[in-house]
Design a protein around this ligand. Structure first.
Ligand code: ATP
Ligand code: MG
Length: 315
């Protein structure tokens, strides 16, 4: 199937008093149907990437294609929804008014517009607040209306810049479910986020940006799997009683932890023999589990490697 987003050699230099190389020339493809997460520290270039793809910023070099259509062609945005970072709405509008306004801008009208507004408000759980002024909304409520706005016109690709910014835990959970539902309906989601736990639970693919470059990209499960291994071996975590000062030979490579040890094994089938060895040495075993890294650990590792290799450098 056609890629939802195909970025080639895209770069952005902001020219003001100070020249900022926000994006180094980069390539990135987002396949249709993925939930894609773009991660990176503040200032990494995530929002610039999204804005450049959408034609809000003019690229310095390169180009992007959205479902095969060059992003310089406004037609490319017909089936795209966008939630900008830190949205503000006109103070005199209600939630419904905001959606009617953006829906009309997107070319909807009449009963189609009215019905979609009702449907999207319901989807983000804002029906009860629809006719209250946006000034009365909490940050999270404004964010939900922003997401509803991005869904008007039933886009095939939705770009969400920090969708859960300011949203409380229950609201974040709902947004996560909503993203899952959209994905099941075949909508491609591209989101920028700092909330790695959330990205881990909702995204299938990620890219990690650092100083305008993509340092790592791939399936979340592959990145986590790779981080969970040590020297190509699985890591098992044993929770035990106190270990003897001299360890049995089978534990020579073990790394002590607060309440036991961590050991690298070729396979999980080595565990029973290890437990026997521990029992023979009168060490009680309270728990054994395979070590699974979090996306946060993977992210920090990529950042560390980026720093160590001096990627980016001065501008
Ligand atoms: N309009 C602009 N003019 C000049 N510099 C800009 C402009 N917008 C962004 N920048 C700079 O470009 C770089 C990338 O910014 P960008 O907003 O894309 O980062 P980000 O990854 O979205 O960060 P955050 O996580 O804080 O949202 C930063 O150094 C920022 O200061
Ligand atoms: Mg940003």
């Amino acid at each position: 199937m056609e890629a939802a987003l195909e970025i080639s050699g895209l770069s952005k230099v902001y020219r003001g008093l100070r020249k900022v190389r926000a994006l180094e020339p980069l390539d990135l493809t987002v396949e249709s149907g993925t939930v894609f997460g773009l991660l990176g520290a503040n200032g990494a270039g995530k929002s610039t990437l999204v804005k450049t793809v959408l034609g809000i910023c003019r690229p310095t070099t390169g180009h992007a294609r959205i479902f095969g259509v060059d992003s310089r062609d406004p037609q490319s945005r017909r089936k795209v929804g966008y939630l900008p970072e830190g949205t503000h709405f006109a103070k005199y509008l209600t939630g419904r008014g905001v959606l009617q306004y953006f829906g009309a801008l997107a070319g909807l009208s009449g009963s189609n517009l009215r019905e979609q507004v009702i449907e999207k408000l319901q989807l983000v759980g804002m029906t009860d607040w629809a006719d209250k002024k946006v000034t009365k909304y909490s940050k999270g409520m404004r964010q939900r209306v922003g997401i509803a706005q991005a869904l008007l016109g039933n886009p095939r690709l939705v770009l969400l810049d920090e969708p859960t910014d300011g949203v409380d835990p229950a609201g974040r959970h709902e947004i996560r479910d909503l993203i899952g539902k959209l994905a099941r309906d075949g909508v491609t989601i591209f989101l920028n986020s700092h909330l790695l736990g959330e990205v881990q639970s909702v995204c299938t693919e990620i890219a990690i940006m650092y100083q305008g470059r993509v340092l790592r990209r791939g399936a979340v499960k592959d990145i986590i799997q790779e981080m969970s291994m040590h020297n190509g071996r699985i890591q098992m975590v044993f929770r035990t009683g106190d270990l003897p000062a001299t360890l049995p030979a089978a534990l020579a490579q073990a790394r002590r932890t607060d309440d036991g040890f961590r050991i690298d094994l070729a396979s999980i089938s080595e565990v029973p023999a290890l437990i026997d060895t521990l029992r023979a040495a009168a060490v009680p075993v309270y728990g054994v589990e395979q070590y699974h890294a979090s996306l946060e650990e993977a992210f920090l590792k990529v950042m560390d490697d980026g720093n160590a290799h001096g990627v980016g450098g001065t501008q």
